[in-house]
Design a protein around this ligand. Structure first.
Ligand code: 9MR
Length: 372
């Protein structure tokens, strides 16, 4: 009888409980595991998305490497294949860094974009001091291009063959220094020793070394220097008329949150009209436009930056026909790896990931823009 009473009490408690009439507090809910956001940039993008990388971070930093593995489908060799690294003295080529990147790319299905064969900047001292007649200079130039391109034949899909050959304001060919106060307006050792047609010969030599590699001319400032854009287009038309192989144009887009939107639209339209592949090749978006050393990265700035990333991706999709969309590459991965911090020494936050390798608002808006 007692047992029966106990049973009835239990049943009653169960029924009351089921209707929420129990006086007892509910047990705490089981912890819900955080929802994993597994949607990646490369997963949503209709074209290649990439980053320029620092090979030593790729080798030594797992967080950095994991972002590349998860998010990117294209890798640009930021500094690894520039002259000082790959050709440290006249008779020495050092492919160790480039080979590491090439094997990372081939084992992880990433496109490898080589940067850059010919540039007015970042030339090693031995090259600046090289003395020889014009034939010796030509030989040096050709040997460099062909040795590097041949070495990565079948591994590097594409190359920035010539980088930044035109002056900023007037679009003239860099030959002599225009302004000695900074190196952005410097002249070019190649134009001085090889003559004004060195760009065409660089493309011819690269094509001879690997006829299947896609060859790009790469520059910055097309979004604010119409004259530079026009010089690039004139160069393309001249190459077409002379049947010199050129496959694409890199528009670097080291830009900032105040850049005129019309300038960006104008540059995309003009470059796309060449019919060549168009690569946004070095994207970063500065928020510290007055280089204030005390600036703080507020939520409002993060949102402005996020809007600018989205705007650029959206306009690229809209204005560059799909067959010409070679992709968008950011210039490194996290804010702390950016050249704006490490080279210019500015207080800035230009990329998609923060100093702790976490996604910034820009990551999400960029991803949404790629997806739409
Ligand atoms: O990001 C690069 C930085 O680490 C180097 O010190 C610098 C000089 O070689 O070059 C930076 O990359 C440049 C690129 O090669 C060409 N376009 C402009 C980039 C930023 O200066």
């Amino acid at each position: 009888m007692k047992m029966k009473n106990n049973l009835s009490a239990l049943l009653l408690a169960f029924v009351l409980n089921s209707y929420g009439c129990s006086k007892k507090a509910d047990p705490p809910p089981a912890p819900v595991p955080p929802v994993q956001d597994t949607t990646t940039l490369k997963g949503v993008s209709p074209f290649f998305v990439g980053a320029a990388i620092d090979v030593s971070l790729l080798q030594n930093n797992t967080l950095y490497r994991n972002i590349l593995l998860q998010q990117e489908s294209s890798i640009t060799t930021e500094n690894t294949l520039k002259w000082p690294s790959v050709h440290p003295s006249e008779n020495v080529f050092d492919f160790s860094g480039g080979d590491y990147i090439a094997s990372f790319c081939s084992s992880n299905h990433k496109r490898m974009h080589g940067h850059c064969l010919v540039w007015y900047q970042s030339n090693p001292a031995w090259l600046n001091n090289f003395s020889g007649d014009s034939l010796a200079w030509e030989n040096l130039f050709k040997t460099h291009i062909q040795t590097v391109v041949s070495h990565y034949k079948g591994e590097a899909t594409s190359w920035d063959v010539v980088n930044e050959a035109f002056h900023d304001e007037d679009g003239s060919l860099r030959v002599n220094d225009k302004n000695t106060s900074d190196n952005f307006d410097d002249g070019c050792i190649w134009a001085r020793h090889l003559g004004r047609d060195y760009i065409a010969r660089a493309f011819i030599y690269a094509h001879q070394a690997d006829s299947s590699a896609l060859l790009f001319y790469n520059d910055y400032g097309q979004e604010w220097s119409d004259k530079k854009t026009d010089s690039i287009i004139a160069m393309v038309n001249d190459f077409k008329a002379r049947h010199i192989s050129i496959n694409g144009l890199g528009i670097q887009m080291h830009t900032n949150i105040n850049q005129s939107k019309d300038g960006i639209i104008n540059a995309f339209k003009k470059l796309a009209a060449t019919g060549l592949l168009i690569h946004i090749s070095e994207l970063d978006i500065s928020v510290n436009t007055s280089n204030d050393p005390l600036l703080v990265f507020t939520g409002a700035l993060a949102q402005q930056q996020a809007n600018t990333y989205a705007f650029i991706a959206t306009q690229y999709k809209l204005l560059v026909p799909p067959a010409q969309q070679y992709g968008i590459t950011t210039w490194n991965v996290t804010d702390k790896d950016s050249w704006i911090r490490t080279y210019l020494n500015h207080n800035d936050w230009p990329l998609l990931f923060n100093d702790s390798y976490a996604r910034k608002p820009a990551f999400y808006s960029y991803r949404t823009a790629l997806m739409q």
